[in-house]
Design a protein around this ligand. Structure first.
Ligand code: ATP
Ligand code: MG
Length: 892
């Protein structure tokens, strides 16, 4: 029995089908858009825009190829609030596409789509269920559908440029670029989904019953700026193209005949895992939270794996919003601890085969999601406090203003349901109408700011900052400092004030907050002023040196002109430890591995440090130990760490390490450790060009430990290491865990190694013994050979010896077959046991046409199993040995 095709099988079949039609299969482009018209890749065609415009269809590693097929991961977040509610929208979708760059056109595109969908060899869908739409003026498509494919006219609909042109309404509204009419293929999911008819669809254009699965676009025009009188300009492209896109999630739902994609083979395990983690069973569409979590975790994992870091602008911001929506739903499911990151392994398991980047980045993805969940849960707690404050000021029966409920949602990520639930405990209702209005207003603003064509969500921020002076940074020495609020910014606009509960960016005249740069993360902390307080969640700076403090106002109100006190969080000290440790690690690596080591990237955070460097091989345990020892020596020597600004030439003359390929100004900052440590007859020192924050003395670093060394790209290795409290906590945890293992083995840590070696030896001996016993068992059952020979039969011109054994498997089963061939003098030996089936054939029999593999296939089929192999030897797993032997009579 084979079940319905899995998602992976459908993807493979699609690509294979189009390969058989002369297409070159190319890998998916990243979810980060290949061109600046969108933040994310939104369609399979996007990476091929140049080819559609006439660039040569040449791809690295391949010659010219005018037919291409891909499975492209796409992100569509325009309508994210509806994901989970509709039956057909994912935020991450895989688009299967076939493309022609001036090669084949409409006829092939449509007839191949039809063949792929209906042929039993491919998807085998019922042709009667398929419907199509075309552009009203596209007679060519009409002819192909009705005359050549034979689709009855009653299953065809014609629409205008709002529906059947891509991009929609491109003639009138743009964007400029390749465009054309399209033809969409729909699958009728039947009356269980709705009693509307196909004719109704012409009016409703929205249906749960008729599911759009495939869009075939015929880009034959180059849309250009309209003429002066406003008439659309559609120039003929020099040649005609084909661009199709079929949603893999949707076709899998149809082929697997499940209710919606949440029940297909990729999503079902995800919703089930959510059920398991929350203890709340998945009950179909009403389990909105399960669905949102399962759907969003795929998108977030993929985009982070593609290299996007969570942040407050652009892509990082979009991903943060998606993750927070998922977190909110996890919270609604009663989960109060970071949980979403636990779904990542399942995402990797389901999608890592097609998108191997997920596999390599799994650890980083999990860590990023977990950290964000922790942050978000804290924000939620802040919201709960705020809400409790508001509610205790209201009397029973009162109503909570809708704006407040919206603010809680927008700032603290509080879902309305949760607000209502808590309000109810105070006997307070929520003004939902006002809430909906505020939400609508905010969405309109967001839409206005993210129209197709804008490259950054907050693209206006930099312009809004024009004219502001570079911020005075005093944070190398002080973690607290006063400054004046020079400007407030939100959504790309200058703001006159930021009231309690709102988010925005603050520019100060003077600040102790370090802005993200040089690998070091931006500082967090608080701004305080008489009667007010704001949490600083991140600090960034513009190329012009204006620092932006990303804040949530908790109390009072921020206004330009206000004097505030900046207080950097104590976490900064942990960041400083990791930063100085990074310099020492760099110097130590060069001493131990050679001066070929060059820094290729680094991340310095309060929790850890990450250091990428050029080096061709994995580090040996000895090399890592040497590096750790060197750093420890610096730490124990407790040298002073100093920094100094100087002309770049002076810095180079003093031997400071500059980063390869990095641009420096005329004046640079040099960070030096005032003392060297001996290694291999030389003295190792550290002096680097660096703008980051550092400890005062090396002793401040405390413990240092390398926790991983891995390959990130050809010739580039990545070390993660911990310093200070993070390092001791890590070591302590490992020690405890090793202690627990030793306890399980009834020994202490000191005896652990010997104990494990002893167990390994025992295991090996036991294995050998079992094998020996099985061999004896086989021999005993074969009765020393003489008895076996009696079972030789003549079948299909071969002498076939057959034997049934029990309790024998693997090697012993094959050994028994050899023995049976020997002792019986037969051409073929067949042995069936309750653990498997083996067939062996002599060379002579094979030369006369015997085939053990084929025979095993037939016998296994009769015995409820599956198997195959070579002409001379083959095996299978079976359930019923007697049936396998019985089938011998008819197998030749
Ligand atoms: P719909 O109208 O159903 O929202 P669409 O017209 O926006 O889809 P296209 O841009 O034509 O979709 O994309 C081509 C194909 O990609 C669709 O036929 C569908 O199978 C799939 N697809 C598009 N958007 C999504 C989505 N959000 N989730 C899953 N599949 C999608
Ligand atoms: Mg479509």
């Amino acid at each position: 029995m084979t079940g319905p095709l899995t998602t992976a099988e459908i993807r493979e079949k699609y690509l294979h089908f189009f390969e058989s039609k002369g297409h070159l299969r190319l890998p998916s482009h990243s979810t980060i858009a290949p061109d600046p018209t969108t933040l994310f890749t939104v369609a399979g065609m996007q990476p091929f825009k140049p080819q559609f415009m006439g660039a040569p269809a040449k791809f690295p590693g391949h010659g010219e190829n005018k037919r291409v097929t891909t499975a492209q991961k796409c992100l569509r977040v325009g309508d994210i609030e509806n994901v989970g509610r509709t039956l057909r929208h994912c935020s991450l979708l895989e688009m299967l596409g076939n493309f022609s760059f001036g090669d084949y056109f409409k006829r092939e595109a449509l007839t191949w789509a039809w063949e792929f969908l209906t042929s039993p060899e491919w998807m085998g869908l019922d042709p009667e269920k398929l419907h199509a739409t075309i552009y009203q003026e596209d007679e060519e498509a009409f002819q192909i559908w009705t005359q050549e494919i034979g689709l009855p006219e009653s299953r065809l609909l014609r629409f205008g440029a709002d529906e059947n042109f891509w991009p929609a309404d491109a003639p009138k509204e743009g964007p400029n670029g390749p465009c054309g009419p399209c033809s969409e293929i729909f699958y009728d999911r039947g009356p269980a989904y709705g009693d509307d008819t196909w004719a109704d669809y012409a009016q409703t254009r929205e249906s749960a019953r008729y599911l759009e699965i495939w869009n075939c676009v015929f880009p034959q025009y180059d849309r250009q700026d309209p003429a002066e009188d406003g008439t659309p300009v559609l120039a003929d492209l020099p040649f005609k193209n084909i661009d199709t896109g079929m949603g893999l999630e949707r076709i899998a739902t149809v082929v697997q005949d499940v209710y919606d994609f949440y029940s297909n083979d990729v999503f079902r395990p995800l919703v089930e895992r959510v059920a398991e983690l929350s203890g709340k069973p998945y009950e179909g569409p009403q389990s909105l939270s399960h669905r949102v979590v399962a759907e969003h975790i795929r998108s977030v994992s993929m985009v982070i794996a593609d290299g996007v870091a969570l942040s407050n602008t652009g892509r990082g911001y979009v991903i943060r919003k998606i993750l927070r929506r998922a977190s909110r739903h996890a919270y609604l499911l009663g989960l109060r601890e970071p949980t979403l990151y636990k779904l990542v392994p399942l995402v990797v398991e389901k999608m890592g085969g097609a998108y191997p980047e997920l596999v390599g980045e799994q650890g980083r993805v999990e860590a990023a999601i977990r950290a964000e969940e922790e942050r978000f849960l804290k924000t939620l707690e802040g919201g709960i406090q705020r809400l409790n404050g508001l509610l205790s000021g209201l009397s029973r029966g009162a109503s909570l203003p809708g704006e407040e409920a919206f603010l809680l949602y927008d700032t603290y990520g509080f879902p309305l349901d949760l607000t209502k639930e808590i309000a109810e405990e105070y006997g307070v209702t929520v003004d939902e109408a006002r809430y909906a209005e505020s939400l609508e207003n905010a969405q309109e603003l967001a839409r206005a700011g993210s129209k197709y064509g804008k490259s950054e969500l907050f693209g206006g921020t930099q312009e809004a900052l024009g004219g502001l002076p570079a911020t005075e940074f005093v944070g190398y020495d002080e973690l607290e400092a006063g400054g004046e609020v020079l400007a407030l910014v939100g959504a790309g606009e200058r703001l006159s004030h930021l009231p309690a509960g709102s988010e925005g960016a603050v520019v100060l005249s003077r600040t102790p907050f370090y802005a993200e740069g040089g690998g070091e993360v931006g500082d967090t902390g608080t701004l305080e002023w008489p009667g007010g307080r704001a949490a600083v969640r991140d600090t960034r700076k513009t190329p012009a040196g204006v620092f932006l403090h990303d804040v949530v106002v908790e109390e009072g109100e921020l206004r330009p002109g206000l004097e505030v006190r900046g207080v950097v969080s104590g976490e900064r000290r942990a960041t400083e430890r990791h930063h100085t440790a990074t310099h020492l690690l760099h110097a130590a690596l060069r001493a131990v591995l050679g001066s070929g080591v060059r820094q290729a990237g680094s991340l310095v955070a309060p929790e850890r440090l990450r250091f990428d460097f050029s080096h061709g091989a994995a580090l040996s345990a000895d090399e890592i130990a040497a590096v750790e020892r060197l750093v420890s020596r610096w730490v124990s020597a407790n040298f002073a760490v100093s920094w100094q600004e100087m002309p770049i030439e002076a810095a180079k003359a003093a031997g400071a390490t500059a980063l390869f390929g990095e641009k420096y100004g005329d004046t640079v900052r040099v960070v030096s450790v005032e003392g060297g440590v001996p290694f291999g007859g030389q003295t190792v020192t550290s002096k680097e060009l660096c703008g980051g924050a550092h400890v005062r003395r090396t002793g401040d670093i405390g413990a240092f430990v390398v926790v991983s060394d891995e390959n990130v790209a050809a010739g580039v290795r990545r070390i993660e290491a911990l310093a200070g409290e993070a390092a001791t906590a890590w070591v302590r945890e490992r020690l405890h865990s090793a202690g627990r293992v030793a306890g399980l083995l009834n020994t202490g840590l000191d005896g652990l190694e010997a104990r494990v070696q002893g167990l390994q030896a025992q295991l090996k001996a036991a294995g050998q013994e079992t094998a020996q016993v099985r061999r004896q068992l086989a021999e005993a059952q074969m009765g020393g050979g003489g008895g076996a020979a009696q079972q030789v039969r003549e079948l299909g011109g071969f002498k076939v010896a057959a034997l049934r054994l029990s309790g024998i498997e693997g090697n012993e089963l094959r050994g028994a077959a050899d023995k049976l061939l020997d002792t019986s003098g037969a051409d073929l030996a067949v042995i069936a046991s309750d653990k498997g089936l083996v067939v062996k054939a002599t060379k002579d029999a094979v030369s006369r046409g015997a085939h053990a593999g084929q025979l095993v296939g037939k016998l296994a089929a009769a015995a409820g199993g599956k198997g195959g192999g070579r002409p001379d030897m083959a095996q299978a797993g079976i359930q019923d040995p007697a049936a396998a032997l019985e089938a011998l009579g008819t197998a030749f």
